[in-house]
Design a protein around this ligand. Structure first.
Ligand SMILES: *[C@@H]1O[C@H](CO)[C@@H](O)[C@H](O)[C@H]1NC(C)=O
Ligand SMILES: *[C@@H]1O[C@H](CO)[C@@H](O)[C@H](O)[C@H]1NC(C)=O
Ligand SMILES: *[C@@H]1O[C@H](CO)[C@@H](O)[C@H](O)[C@H]1NC(C)=O
Ligand SMILES: *[C@@H]1O[C@H](CO)[C@@H](O)[C@H](O)[C@H]1NC(C)=O
Ligand SMILES: *[C@@H]1O[C@H](CO)[C@@H](O)[C@H](O)[C@H]1NC(C)=O
Ligand SMILES: CC(=O)N[C@H]1CO[C@H](CO)[C@@H](O)[C@@H]1O
Length: 637
């Protein structure tokens, strides 16, 4: 496929008119009386420049040579800029927007949903130019460790509470939240406020990237019982992220990273447990998730948000090997159904829906959800965990190209296929990378990039280029790693995009990866840019194959580890009788009356929330994997 660089130039919105033209317009009448003849014109040009400089000095808003004033901005704020312009953030601090790829930021404080920026000349402007699936290529990073924390990504947050007066062993966000106790709201918000800021969005566009994948926990909506997570505050920051993404021309893949009960037992799912579609409370936890997926889909399908949030991932890294194929796919059908009921069918109605491949690779998914409307397959191939202890950057340099043919095949046959996570790492070394406590032998030097020689750096760069090209639509894990207080610096450098960009194992222009694997493999299977029509919401989208659909009922006939037949009917379930919550909308100080939406796009999607049956007592939704089953279903009466 050709790089979309060659797309025809688009008409710029009036807003990005150059500042001198606008000032000129305002002054034209007066000037006409004064200006006579060619010589005087020169004088006027100088006068205009002086007025402009004076205005910039007085505004104290965003300024710089390459900024423009909106022609309808009531307080005349600077509303767009190109490389070299100064941006002022919410807290008053400024930075210089640097973008060597023809990017442009754009935001009007008084019209928060006005068309946004353009990440690079080759990426479509948010709000006025459509993302063309199969033509545009996603080059993105994850904002890991931000709204769902992880010890290895933001170690200092955890280090502070390792030794806590409550005697809690801190390993994941659940235990961290408990250890923080009364400090939780304040400490967690300081993390949200400082770990990722508006500037990161500008830098991401400046790095040649055009998307972010943004993990959130279910606690953006609510918690139940004794779940200790901080409710809702992370949604406030997600909403800020939407506005920053709009401003810098980035699109968002919202990734539900932490599900009730946990979908993989890993600490980055919020708690190291395993009760989604698994164990006695597996179905109930999944029912609760289905309600949350509807709430999220309803919110992001609103016209104010859908030009930015264009993919919603239903589950991060569900462990197929433990949950089982039948349960994974049963949940996927149910989630698809719930989300498309919320959004409606066909291009333009709500987000693309991402499903995770369960670490099975893309090929096995061919034909799954056949006919479905806009489903994305998300693969997470990690060299780091492929278990070859002898790996070096040199021996690994071309390995990621093994993923290339299957990826292109999946793009052609399944539909949009993305690499939602990968890194430059060739081994699993890294401070707390495998959880707290650190326990890795033979890792000397891998955490300390300052000791790396040029062969390590160039080897890791080859790994990175190979991965980017093999995955085509990629999201690196992760944009940045925070400092450790104990180490006095950051760790896990092979996972740090921002650092790699500065130090050389990440390409300055990610398009350098184009064609890398065809060259390495000396063979190619080119994806021609045409997904199946249903996969992009075209003809016949949403018409599911009835036989296949009938073989994926929810709940499934078996729930692992051990429940089958009549036992499944005795597993506790929730009931759709609860009040539906909606996610709250942002508020804008400069635009208090902006129409921000009710949170609910489609009123026809009116079934109620899955909640516990009143009067029934349930086993612990975070612990009951294999407790004895009740003798009869509880009806609550
Ligand atoms: C303003 O933009 C032009 C073209 O985009 C660029 O050549 C110039 O360096 C920029 N000015 C500054 C101060 O960065
Ligand atoms: C480290 O890992 C080894 C092997 O998996 C295990 O035997 C040992 O107990 C672990 N040590 C700690 C401190 O967890
Ligand atoms: C992290 O540590 C490095 C090395 O000490 C330092 O240069 C850098 O400024 C630190 N970053 C932050 C965000 O504190
Ligand atoms: C690539 O394949 C062609 C044809 O099979 C062969 O002639 C050529 O030597 C190969 N090149 C490399 C670098 O392997
Ligand atoms: C996969 O397809 C893309 C075009 O969509 C092409 O650039 C790339 O080289 C292909 N990869 C391989 C290994 O053929
Ligand atoms: C992969 C991972 O993070 N594992 C850790 C999660 O937390 C538990 C304790 O709850 C540890 O035992 C795991 O090593």
């Amino acid at each position: 496929m050709q790089s979309p660089d060659s797309s025809p130039p688009q008409k710029e919105p009036a807003r990005s008119m150059s500042s001198s033209r606008i000032v000129e317009k305002a002054r034209r009448k007066k000037l006409v009386n004064v200006v006579i003849g060619v010589i005087v014109t020169v004088v006027v040009a100088v006068a205009i420049a002086v007025v402009l400089i004076f205005t910039i000095g007085k505004k104290g808003n965003s300024s710089g040579q390459n900024s423009s004033i909106g022609n309808d901005g009531p307080n005349g704020g600077w509303t767009s800029g190109t490389s070299g312009s100064i941006v002022t953030m919410e807290d008053g601090t400024t930075f210089t927007y640097t973008n060597d790829f023809g990017g442009e930021w754009a935001a009007e404080p008084k019209r928060p949903f006005a068309p946004g920026g353009k990440a690079q000349s080759w990426s479509p402007r948010v709000g006025t130019e459509e993302w063309m699936w199969g033509e545009h290529v996603i080059r993105g990073v994850n904002l890991g460790g931000w709204l769902v924390t992880e010890p290895f990504i933001c170690p200092s947050l955890y280090e502070k509470y390792l030794d806590n007066d409550r005697g809690i062993t801190v390993v994941d966000e659940w235990t961290l939240s408990l250890a923080m106790g009364d400090n939780l709201p304040e400490e967690m918000e300081v993390h949200y406020k400082t770990f990722i800021t508006e500037r990161d969005f500008a830098d991401i566009a400046g790095a040649g990237l055009n998307w972010v994948r943004l993990p959130v926990g279910f606690w953006v909506i609510e918690t139940m019982n004794d779940e200790p997570f901080l409710v809702g505050t992370s949604w406030t920051y997600f909403l800020k992220a939407v506005q920053w993404a709009r401003k810098y021309g980035l699109r968002i893949y919202l990734d539900l990273h932490s599900l009730p009960g946990s979908q993989n037992g890993w600490n980055h799912s919020g708690r190291g447990q395993f009760l989604h579609m698994h164990g006695v409370m597996g179905i109930a936890n999944a029912q609760r998730t289905l309600t949350y997926l509807r709430i999220i889909t309803q919110f992001v399908s609103q016209p104010q948000y859908k030009d930015v949030v264009q993919i919603v991932g239903i589950v991060n890294e569900i462990l197929w090997d433990t949950v089982g194929q039948e349960s994974v796919q049963s949940f996927y059908y149910a989630a698809y159904d719930a989300m498309r009921t919320a959004s409606g069918i066909g291009a333009g109605n709500g987000p693309y829906i991402a499903i995770h491949e369960g670490f099975q690779g893309p090929a096995i998914w061919e034909g799954f959800l056949l006919g479905s409307d806009r489903v994305v397959l998300d693969q997470h191939p990690y060299l780091a965990f492929m278990g070859d202890p002898a790996s070096t950057p040199q021996t690994s340099a071309t390995k990621p190209c093994d993923w290339a043919i299957a990826t292109n095949q999946s793009q052609q046959v399944f539909g949009v296929t993305v690499g939602g996570e990968f890194s430059s790492a060739v081994n699993n070394c890294g401070y707390w990378l495998n959880g707290i406590p650190a326990n890795i032998t033979g890792c000397d030097g891998w955490d300390d990039w300052s000791t790396w020689d040029s062969s390590i750096i160039s080897g890791l760069k080859q790994v990175t280029l190979a991965s980017m090209d093999a995955l085509q639509n990629f999201f690196y894990w992760t944009w940045k790693i925070g400092n450790s207080t104990v180490l006095g610096t950051s760790s896990s450098p092979m996972w740090n995009y921002k650092l790699g960009l500065e130090m050389g194992w990440i390409p300055k222009d990610p398009r350098d990866a184009v064609g890398h694997c065809a060259q390495v493999l000396n063979s190619s299977q080119v994806f021609d840019g045409r997904h199946p029509s249903t996969a992009t919401g075209g003809a016949a989208a949403g018409t599911l194959d009835p036989i296949r659909a009938a073989s994926h009922t929810f709940p499934p006939a078996t729930i692992l580890p051990s429940f089958t037949g009549t036992q499944v009917a005795l597993l506790p379930t929730y009931t759709p009788t609860g009040t539906l919550r909606t996610l709250f909308a942002p508020t804008f100080t400069a635009a208090p009356s902006a129409v921000v939406g009710t949170g609910w796009t489609n009123p026809e999607d009116s079934s109620l929330a899955n909640v516990p049956v009143a009067g029934c007592s349930y086993p612990d939704a975070w612990d009951a994997v294999d407790v004895p089953l009740p003798d009869a279903t509880c009806t609550g009466r």
